[in-house]
Design a protein. Structure first.
Length: 181
């Protein structure tokens, strides 16, 4: 259902999406879909939930299991680059920000705070280990996250870049000891 909603949101924008069009794309009756998803705002909430999915859990696990700060940071970047590539159509829908219901927006805010906190932990550890130059960890986190989330906007499979190549390039840009090589 989320994939169908994303397809419709991507094709026609938020205003063009309806439960009827989604039901048609899914080959189900409107009544069936209305019982599950009564409004397009609910559809957008499903898209958001699909986007965030297991990303927070995967990031937590990565930080708990990886003791090397450089590997943890690179792992976080790879995780986000993979997510940006996999969900690039979803992010295009959400960048508009239209129609998020209050409860969905609150879930998004809570998820964002938790996810950013994990990133700040990885960045702070990398700074303390000399992998990154010391600066304000929150600003560095937000800049780095912005950079890797934006992959969703420019990534084209036809260009042949892998998620690992993109992640390595991102870390190389900000790594203090690699810059000196």
């Amino acid at each position: 259902m989320a994939d169908a909603a994303v397809e419709l949101f991507s094709q026609g924008g938020y205003e063009a999406v309806s439960i009827e069009a989604t039901a048609e794309l899914l080959s189900v009756s409107r009544a069936t879909l209305y019982r599950t998803v009564p409004t397009k705002e609910d559809l957008l909430g499903i898209v958001l939930d699909r986007l965030t999915g297991n990303l927070l859990v995967d990031a937590r696990t990565l930080l708990e299991e990886t003791t090397d700060p450089e590997e943890a940071l690179l792992g976080m970047v790879r995780l986000q680059v993979d997510a940006a590539i996999e969900t690039r159509e979803y992010l295009a829908v959400l960048f508009g920000g239209h129609g998020l219901q209050t409860d969905v927006y609150k879930r998004w805010q809570e998820w964002s705070r938790d996810y950013e906190a994990l990133w700040t932990t990885a960045v702070t550890r990398a700074m303390k280990a000399g992998v990154l130059k010391w600066d304000d960890p929150r600003i560095t986190t937000r800049l780095l996250l912005g950079m890797v989330i934006w992959v969703s906007r420019w990534y084209r499979p036809s260009e042949g870049f892998t998620a690992n190549e993109i992640a390595n390039a991102a870390v190389h840009l900000i790594s203090s000891h690699r810059a000196e090589e």
